[in-house]
Design a protein around this ligand. Structure first.
Ligand code: HEM
Length: 511
């Protein structure tokens, strides 16, 4: 039907409504064109179409894809540097090696800080925080130095070897008992649960030691709750200027409650540590290996720091170590086991390597793990396929600079996607080669890489040495559900259940 004829028959109220309907379209076009020019005339990266108010948030939800996958799909269309407005927050997403290298190497200092949203401010208040979310500056630099020189140094990681061996032994015996008890019925072992418990226990023992204390269970419960409320992705973070966002979100109240509980429990732990180590008490605390709280308290007493290490700093560093190190490591381990179950050929090849190496020892010795070339390839490939922190931890632009020829204004939030598609890669994965950076890179690269690898390698190797694994009856590798779950780290959605067949006797516990 010709258009003019239709116009004649438009009802009167439609004529009134048309200009109103045009407003969102005009706003939409306006926000689309402004994506390539900043308010100060800067040349900003391109991005998809935006809606008034929410900006690009609608691009990240729905459509059956998790946000990091969705961002990758969008980046294929809009380029390796893409500008998004998440509510009020201008965000650039970098998704090529060149973009990552320009951000994390060429302009490392400019991007060395983290965005501090409304919820993060509420969580940290004026404490100066820990390491992971602290703003770039002398305070962060000092705590970071303590992390690299003291908390996660190779010798410190090695000092936790007895804890790892003890906890791995405990898990092996539990799995053997479960498998032995159920061999007739081919009962399945809940591997996801066992892995998460193992990582939790070694992390807690490394941080606060192995001594029993009255509120240990409450402390562990609090640690499990904190990742749920770690600031960054709540409504008030997307709309920092909106008091309504603060009022309707349940996060501020939850955060305040958890913060109070966290301080109370941390105070108990610190007090117990001080009493245990105090020479005046006559306790023989000095003979026991230092845990990470001991190290922090010792450093707090030592003179020579430009900034005093406050008790608040110690509490938030303790939390950082748990938040940054626990779920990421158990996620990596679960994906490694899931991939091995899906690829029996790789699993058998890895078991052959492991069983040859430890045939004479009868058990896995951590000091010999460096000889296992194929094991390291499997772990690397797992991190490539399933990076536990697919969008890393965001950075923020501190000083104006350029990336891929685009202007980066101060305050811009930067997310880097660590997902790289393509063939198996033989690149470095510790922040040198920007093709593949599951631990980030530059000044704020993960300081816990050695700790993470030690935690993951030992238990994986020991399980594959002592046991054979099969999928539950009737399930083939192709049936395995490899769906990811949205969370702080990118966990596997389905729980991993396997049938365990003991092969090499697990040594008994040493008292
Ligand atoms: C597979 C395990 C792990 C993965 C994939 C991982 C990944 C990451 C990533 C992507 C970052 C952000 C880096 C950046 O901004 O460039 C990070 C930061 C950090 N990680 Fe890890 N991490 C893991 C394990 C650990 C462990 C075991 C610890 C310590 C117990 C740890 C402590 C930290 C800390 C403290 C930061 C903040 C550093 C800073 O802002 O200066 N991580 N990690």
């Amino acid at each position: 039907m010709p258009l003019p004829a239709m116009a004649v028959y438009l009802p009167l109220h439609m004529l009134i409504l048309l200009p109103l309907l045009a407003i969102p379209v005009l706003l939409l076009l306006r926000s689309r064109s402004s994506a390539s020019r900043g308010n100060g005339g800067e040349r900003l990266p391109p991005g998809p179409w935006a809606l008034p108010m929410i900006g690009h948030l609608h691009h990240l939800i729905g459509r059956g894809e998790l946000p990091h996958r969705r961002l990758r799909t969008l980046a294929r269309r809009h380029g390796p540097l893409m500008l998004l407005r998440l509510g009020e927050v201008q965000t650039v997403v970098a998704s090529s090696a060149k973009a990552a290298s320009e951000i994390l190497k060429t302009n490392d200092v400019a991007f060395a800080t983290r965005p501090m949203g409304r919820l993060a401010q509420l969580w940290y208040q004026d404490s100066g925080g820990g390491v992971a979310y602290a703003p770039y500056g002398d305070g962060w630099r000092q705590l970071r130095k303590i992390c690299t020189m003291e908390l996660f140094s190779n010798s410190r990681v090695a000092s936790f070897r007895p804890i790892r061996h003890a906890e791995v032994g405990r898990r092996l015996r539990a799995v053997a008992a479960e498998a032995g008890a159920n061999q007739q019925q081919q009962q399945q072992v809940k591997l996801t649960r066992r892995i998460a418990d193992y990582v939790l226990d070694i992390t807690v023992r490394a941080i606060i030691g192995s001594r029993e204390f009255a509120e240990r269970d409450a402390y562990i419960q609090m640690l499990k709750e904190v990742p749920e409320i770690v600031p960054g992705m709540g409504l008030p973070d997307f709309f920092p200027s909106s008091s309504l966002a603060m009022r309707v979100s349940r996060m501020p109240a939850l955060l305040a409650r958890t913060r109070g509980n966290m301080h109370r429990l941390m105070d108990v732990i610190i007090k117990e540590h001080l009493e245990f180590r105090a020479p005046a008490t006559g306790a023989s605390g000095g003979e026991e290996e230092e845990d990470l709280v001991d190290v922090l308290l010792r450093l707090q007493k030592e003179a020579g720091f430009q900034h005093p290490v406050t008790t608040e700093n110690i509490k938030f560093v303790m939390l950082d170590m748990f938040n940054a190190g626990s779920e990421t490591s158990s996620t990596a381990l679960t994906w490694a086991m899931a991939e091995l179950m899906r690829n029996p050929r790789v699993r058998h090849k890895l078991q052959e390597e492991i069983r040859q190496e430890f045939a004479d020892d009868g058990e896995v010795m951590e000091e010999k793990l460096g000889n296992l070339r194929y094991l390291h390839m499997v772990i690397k490939e797992t991190l490539r396929l399933h990076p536990p922190a697919p969008l890393m931890v965001p950075r923020q632009c501190r000083t104006p600079c350029q990336v891929l020829g685009y202007d980066m204004p101060v305050g811009l939030t930067v997310m880097r996607s660590s997902c790289r598609s393509g063939e198996q890669c033989d690149k470095d994965f510790k922040g040198v080669d920007f093709e593949f950076i599951p631990f980030g890179a530059g000044r704020r690269v993960c300081p816990g890489i050695s700790m993470a690898l030690a935690n993951v390698e030992l238990v994986l190797t020991a399980m594959l040495f002592h046991f054979d694994f099969e999928l539950p009856m009737g399930m083939s590798p192709e049936d395995m559900d490899m769906t990811e779950k949205l969370g702080i780290s990118m966990e596997r959605k389905a729980k991993l259940f396997v049938v365990v067949v003991p092969r090499v006797l697990v040594p008994p516990a040493v008292e």
